[in-house]
Design a protein around this ligand. Structure first.
Ligand code: XIL
Length: 324
């Protein structure tokens, strides 16, 4: 079982204690922002590979695997995108991006999030896809094209469809799970090389158990398609939890243990990544700020890079799942 986390070059290169703690805990690293188009594509004809190269070397130097995120996403697009990209040039732009980026790191990457957050059942499309911008620009087959281009550029990498909001009980989350399965079944039938799904797993701290039939049967259905599962961006959103840090940490740890115990029952789960590893560098404070402005505590290491209760909960879930 692989465990690892997201990090930025800024934090790893400027904070030696953090870099040491990260390397001590992780077996795989994913860039938090450096592979997104707004960071990687300053202009339509150029690439800013420096920060990604640095992270890939850091991973290699610390015996960690490296994974890429995301090749095609509707967010974090560069300023020039809306004025430059048209239905005439979008297909070539996307395919050149995929083959150039995947080609550069070929045979050095564990897995790629080829598409990210491509589903939005709220739009009521029959295929459950998010239309803007890629379906509007290229059509629903942009997903097939992106996976084929990635497979050609690196036949060794695990190619992943990464998605959010597949874990919880709301009706729209169920609609998303249904759309995910439907897309997998139809695209695998026409030999689209989708090897795994990514469960982002940004979990509400107020969640009841994840061991509920709609979710566990979804995981089983994915596995029955021969598709692997990666928990790709796990953290526990503690914004609505009581301020007391001891009680809050315990509640967060309980969610980690419950969720990991549930997903690790599926042998097709091949890696667990948290979105960051230390509360000092978490996106949660910006994404779901607390009313009381108290420090967010969604991750396994505290702000001094010491194991916090979620770390113990993860170890217990890993050991009990005998996946260590
Ligand atoms: C987030 C980063 O953590 C933030 O630093 C950035 O400002 C926005 O993106 N889903 C994803 C991730 O797939 O790429 C997002 O990361 C969090 C939600």
């Amino acid at each position: 079982m692989l465990y690892g986390a997201a990090a930025t070059k800024t934090h790893l290169s400027n904070d030696a204690a953090f870099a040491a703690a990260f390397a001590a805990q992780c077996g795989i690293l994913v860039p938090e922002v450096e592979l997104k188009w707004d960071a990687l594509r300053p202009t339509p004809d150029t690439y800013n590979f420096g920060p990604v190269d640095w992270l890939q070397h850091f991973a290699g130097a610390h015996q960690m695997k490296f994974r890429g995120h995301p090749l095609v996403w509707y967010q974090s697009l560069p300023k020039w995108f809306d004025t430059y990209v048209t239905q005439q040039n979008a297909r070539d732009l996307m395919l050149t991006h995929v083959s150039t980026v995947v080609g550069r790191y070929a045979r050095k990457v564990h897995s790629w999030d080829v598409v990210n957050e491509a589903l939005d059942p709220n739009e009521k499309r029959p295929d459950g896809l998010r239309s803007k911008p890629w379906v509007n620009l290229i059509g629903p087959d942009y997903i097939d094209m992106a996976f084929h281009a990635a497979a050609q550029a690196d036949p060794n990498a695990i190619l992943v469809w990464n998605e959010n909001h597949l874990e919880t009980r709301e009706s729209w989350a169920q609609a998303k799970r249904d759309a995910m399965l439907k897309n997998l079944q139809e695209r695998l039938k026409r030999n689209v090389p989708i090897h795994a799904i990514g469960l982002q797993s940004h979990l509400p701290g107020t969640s009841p158990t994840f061991s509920y039939p709609e979710f566990t049967s979804f995981l089983r259905s994915v596995s029955d398609l021969g598709v692997k599962i990666i928990v790709s961006e796990m953290d526990v959103i503690d914004s609505d939890l009581p301020a007391d840090p001891v009680a809050r940490d315990q509640t967060v740890a309980n969610v980690y243990y419950d969720y990991l115990s549930t997903v690790l029952r599926e042998k097709s789960v091949v890696a667990i990544l948290t979105w960051g590893i230390s509360d000092r560098y978490t996106w949660i404070g910006g994404y779901k700020p607390r009313q009381d402005n108290a420090q967010a505590r969604p991750l396994p290491l505290d702000t001094s890079y010491q194991p916090a209760p979620p770390w113990n909960a993860m170890v217990r879930a890993f050991e009990e799942s005998s996946r260590t």
